[in-house]
Design a protein around this ligand. Structure first.
Ligand code: ADP
Ligand code: MG
Length: 748
C-alpha cells in the first residue's frame, strides 16, 4: 500500500502539458470502470455506494483518518477522546442479544491492559479476525463497567505494523470493497486524473490561500499530516459551496430573464391606512422585517424572500403590509396557505385590516360552493379582487388575475416545488414571499436556498417569558414532582410529556426498518445502539433490559396512584378518538384536570395559560427544536413556569445537548446546535435540492465558508452572469456538469 504525498505530485503537475490537463479533467466524467482495478464486480459494488463515474470516486472522501502518529496504549488512552490502539486479540465472540441484532465482541490486550471492543452488525469480523491476531482499532474511548471500551471503531488487521507518522484514510466502504481496496482504487483514480484543471478563479484561490484542486484531492485522500487534510477539506468545501450558490443563483436569474420585475409602491394610501388601523404596535423585529420586505418589493428586481418566525411571532401581519403594497401598486396578490383552517383564519384576521385600508379580499378553498367559486374566479379575472386568499384551490388553471405582482406562501415547506412554481407562473415576474415556522439557521438557509433573501422574527409579541428549564436525571425526578405538586397546590396545572405510548421494542424495530430513507435508518440504528450499549456492557448477560421508554399510559396510572393522588390525572395521545381528545382538552382548559399526561400531540394548538409546569420524560429522545416547541406551551402567561427535562442518559453528549436548553431560549440557536451534532450527510435531510452536492460541508460548523462562498458567488454573478469571462468558463462548465438534470427543490 502506498500513501502518496502531494509534494512530488505538484512538481509533476507543473510538468503536465495543457493537453494532459484537459485529458485529466475529461477523465473525471468517464465511467468508474475505466479506473485500474475496477472489475465489473467491483463496479457493481461501487455503484451500490452511489459511485458511477471517476469523479464520484475521487469525491468519495474519507470518513475519518487513522493517525498512526498518535497510537496509544490501553493504559494511556484517555476516556472520551479518540485515538488508535493496537494489541492482540485475546478473545472474539459473536453475540445475538436479539434476533435482529448481531454484535461482535473483542477483548484486545496490549502490554498495559485490556480494551473491550464492540462492533454492531459486522458479523464478517468473525471471519477476518481471529484470536491471537494483531489488530489496531481507532475510535473513541469509553469507560463502562470497569473496562475501557470502543464501540464500532475502525478496525484493521495488521500484518506488519505500518510505520509511524503515516495517516490512513478510512473511506466509507462495504463488504465487497474493503477499506484497503477502496484506498487502492481511489489512488488509481487520482493517478488517472492527475493534473485536473482547477475551476476556481485564481483571484479567489489567492484570496483564501486555497490549494489547487489536484493537490486538494490527493491531500484529502492521502494526507501526510492532519493539517494537509484540513487544508484540502477547506478548499474542497469552499468549491462545493461556490458551485452550489452559483447554480442556485443561475436558476433564479433564469426564472426572471426577459421579464420586467414590478417596482412596488411602498408608501401608498392603502398601506398607510392599514398601518394606521393596526390594533397594536409592531414589535421591533416585525417592523424590521416589514421594512426589509418593502425595500425588496420597491427594488427593480424580483423578490424571492423568506420570512422566518416561530408560531405566534406575528408573520401574518407583516405579510399584510406586503399585500397592501401590491394593491397600492395596482396589482393583485395571492396568499396561499396549506390548509383550509389556516386560509380561513387568515381571511378572518385580515378582513378588518383590509377593510380599513380599502383592499378587497376574497377566500377561495376546496369547500367554496360551485356558485361562489364561479363568481370569485370571474371577479378575480376581472381584476376587482386585490388579494385572493386560499388553499391549493388557487392553483387550478382557471384561477387567474390580470396582473399578479405578489404571491405570499404561508408555511412554504408544506408545498411542493411544483405547486409553488405553479402559483408564481400565474404572473409575469411576481415577487414571492415565503413564510415559515421551521427554524432554519441562516447558514443552512443560504446553502440550500442560495439567492433567497431572509428576514427573521425571533420573539413573540409580549414575549416576557418567565420560564426556567432544568435537566434532571431519572433519580432526581422527585424535584420535578415537588415543583409540580407545589404548582397544583397553587391551583395551577401540569403537563407530563412522554415520547411514545407503550410501544414495544419490536414495534419500534419494525418502524426503523420501515423508515425508507437511509438517514432515518442510520438514525434508528444509532438509537438502537445507544440503547443497547449499557446492556452489552454487562458481561455475560444476554437478556436485555425491557423497553424502558416511559409509556404514557403506564405513567398516567402511576402518577394518579402514587404522586398526584389528590388531583385528576388524564391521558392524551394521538391514537385516541378525536371526540375523546377534544373532551380531555376541554376539561384541561376548564381546569378540571390537574395533570395532563400526553405524547407530543400537545404540540399542536394547545394554549392553557394556567399550566405552569412541564415535565418531559426521556427528553433525550426528542430533538432540541421539538423540545423548544414543547416548552413553548408554558411560560407565556403572567405566571412563572418551570420545565423539567428528565433524562436517563449517562452520555455526556446527550446531557450537553439537553443543557443547551437550560442556556438559551433562541429556537434558531438550538436548531443550529442540534444540526451541529448530526452527521454531515443527515443535515440537509430530505431536501432533495442541489444541496445533495454538498459532501464535505457542515452547514453549522462551516458558517464562515458558507458566508464567503455566498458573497463570492453573488459578486461573480453580478459581473458575469453567464460565466463567459475566461476566468469563469471552467467554473461554468463544472456547475453545469455537477448539477446536470438537477433542479433546486427548496426554493421555488
Ligand atoms: P404566526 O407567525 O404564527 O403566523 P400570527 O401572524 O398568526 O403568527 O400571529 C399570532 C397572533 O399574534 C395573532 O393573534 C396576531 O394578531 C398577534 N400579533 C401579531 N403581532 C402582534 C403585535 N405586534 N402585538 C400584539 N399582538 C400581535
Ligand atoms: Mg401563521
Amino acid at each position: 500500500m502506498s500513501f502518496q504525498g502531494n509534494s512530488t505530485r505538484t512538481k509533476e503537475e507543473r510538468r503536465l502539458s495543457s493537453i494532459d490537463r484537459v485529458a485529466a479533467t475529461l477523465a473525471l466524467d468517464e465511467p468508474v470502470s475505466r479506473v485500474r482495478g475496477v472489475s465489473p464486480a467491483r463496479a457493481r459494488a461501487l455503484d451500490a455506494l452511489g459511485i458511477a463515474t471517476v469523479r464520484d470516486l475521487v469525491n468519495h472522501y474519507p470518513r475519518r483518518y487513522v493517525d498512526w502518529s498518535d497510537v496509544r496504549t490501553v493504559a494511556s488512552a484517555r476516556i472520551g477522546e479518540s485515538c488508535t490502539i493496537s494489541g492482540t486479540v485475546h478473545e472474539i465472540k459473536l453475540k445475538r442479544p436479539r434476533p435482529k441484532l448481531v454484535l461482535v465482541e473483542i477483548a484486545l490486550v496490549d502490554q498495559t491492559g485490556l480494551l473491550m471492543v464492540t462492533a454492531f452488525r459486522q458479523p464478517w469480523l468473525m471471519d477476518t479476525v481471529e484470536a491471537g491476531a494483531h489488530v489496531a482499532v481507532a475510535g473513541k474511548v469509553e469507560f463502562n463497567y470497569g473496562f475501557k471500551r470502543m464501540t464500532n471503531p475502525y478496525l484493521e488487521v495488521l500484518g506488519d505494523a505500518p510505520a509511524e507518522g503515516v495517516i490512513i484514510p478510512v473511506h466509507p466502504s462495504c463488504e465487497k470493497i474493503t477499506p484497503a481496496w477502496m484506498r487502492r482504487l481511489i489512488g488509481n483514480a487520482l493517478d488517472a486524473t492527475r493534473g485536473v484543471l482547477d475551476p476556481l478563479p485564481l483571484d479567489l484561490r489567492a484570496k483564501y490561500r486555497l490549494m489547487s484542486r489536484g493537490c486538494a484531492l490527493s491531500c484529502i485522500h492521502f494526507p501526510q499530516a492532519m493539517d494537509e487534510a484540513r487544508e484540502a477539506r477547506r478548499r474542497l468545501a469552499y468549491e462545493e459551496l461556490l458551485m452550489l450558490e452559483i447554480f442556485l443563483m443561475q436558476q433564479d436569474a433564469e426564472r426572471s430573464r426577459g421579464r420586467t420585475p414590478v417596482e412596488h409602491t411602498t408608501d401608498g394610501a392603502r398601506l398607510r391606512a392599514l398601518a394606521a388601523s393596526l390594533p397594536f404596535d409592531l414589535t421591533d423585529e416585525q417592523a424590521r422585517a416589514r421594512d426589509e420586505i418593502l425595500d425588496l418589493m420597491r427594488a427593480p428586481r424580483v423578490m424571492n424572500h423568506m420570512l422566518l418566525g416561530d408560531v405566534g411571532t406575528g408573520k401574518t401581519v407583516v405579510a399584510a403590509h406586503a399585500l397592501a403594497a401590491a394593491s397600492d401598486t395596482g396589482g393583485q396578490a395571492f396568499l396561499m396557505a396549506p390548509t383550509e383552517v389556516l386560509a380561513r383564519q387568515h381571511s378572518e384576521s385580515l378582513a378588518p385590516l383590509f377593510d380599513a385600508a380599502g383592499v378587497t379580499c376574497e377566500l377561495l378553498t376546496g369547500s367554496t360552493s360551485a356558485a361562489d367559486r364561479e363568481a370569485i374566479v370571474e371577479r378575480a379575472a376581472a381584476g376587482v379582487i386585490d388579494v385572493l386568499i386560499g388553499t391549493h384551490a388557487l392553483l387550478e388553471d382557471d384561477v387567474t388575475v390580470p396582473n399578479l405582482t405578489l404571491a405570499v406562501i404561508d408555511e412554504q415547506q408544506r408545498f411542493g416545488v411544483e405547486q409553488r412554481r405553479r402559483l408564481l407562473a400565474k404572473g409575469h415576474a411576481p415577487d414571492a414571499l415565503y413564510l415559515t415556522a421551521t427554524p432554519i439557521p441562516r447558514t443552512l438557509a443560504l446553502s440550500i436556498f442560495g439567492s433567497l433573501t431572509l428576514s427573521y422574527i425571533k420573539h413573540r409579541p409580549h414575549d416576557n417569558v418567565r420560564r426556567t428549564t432544568h435537566v434532571v436525571s431519572k433519580g432526581d425526578r422527585g424535584r420535578a414532582y415537588d415543583a409540580a405538586s407545589a404548582a397544583l397546590a397553587r391551583g395551577e396545572q401540569v403537563y407530563v410529556v412522554c415520547p411514545l405510548i407503550g410501544k414495544s421494542a419490536e414495534e419500534r424495530d419494525a418502524q426503523a426498518r420501515a423508515a425508507s430513507s437511509g438517514a432515518a435508518r442510520d438514525r434508528a440504528f444509532d438509537e438502537e445502539e445507544e440503547q443497547f450499549h449499557p446492556a452489552v456492557a454487562i458481561e455475560g448477560e444476554d437478556d436485555f433490559a425491557d423497553d424502558d421508554v416511559a409509556a404514557a399510559a403506564k405513567e398516567a396510572a402511576f402518577l394518579q396512584a402514587k404522586v398526584f393522588c389528590d388531583y385528576e390525572v388524564a391521558l392524551l395521545h394521538g391514537s385516541m378518538p378525536a371526540s375523546e381528545k377534544r373532551d380531555v382538552m376541554e376539561r384541561f382548559r376548564a381546569g378540571e384536570i390537574g395533570v395532563l399526561v400526553a405524547t407530543t400531540v400537545i404540540e399542536v394548538g394547545v394554549d392553557v395559560p394556567n399550566a405552569t409546569v412541564m415535565i418531559i420524560e426521556d427528553a433525550d429522545r426528542f430533538g432540541l427544536s421539538q423540545l423548544h416547541q414543547l416548552r413553548g406551551r408554558v411560560g407565556r402567561g403572567e405566571k412563572e413556569a418551570q420545565v423539567y427535562l428528565v433524562s436517563a442518559s449517562k452520555q455526556d453528549s446527550a446531557l450537553a445537548r439537553l443543557s443547551a436548553m437550560e442556556k438559551t431560549d433562541d429556537g434558531y440557536e438550538l436548531a443550529a446546535f442540534d444540526l451541529s451534532l448530526r452527521r454531515e450527510g443527515d443535515i440537509l435531510g430530505n431536501c432533495q435540492s442541489g444541496a445533495s452536492a454538498l459532501k464535505l460541508v457542515n452547514v453549522v460548523r462551516d458558517g464562515r465558508i458558507i458566508e464567503a462562498a455566498h458573497a463570492d458567488a453573488r459578486a461573480i454573478m453580478e459581473v458575469d452572469p453567464l460565466l463567459e469571462e475566461p476566468d469563469h468558463v471552467a467554473l461554468g462548465r463544472e456547475v453545469r456538469l455537477l448539477f446536470k438534470g438537477k433542479d433546486n427543490a427548496c426554493a421555488s
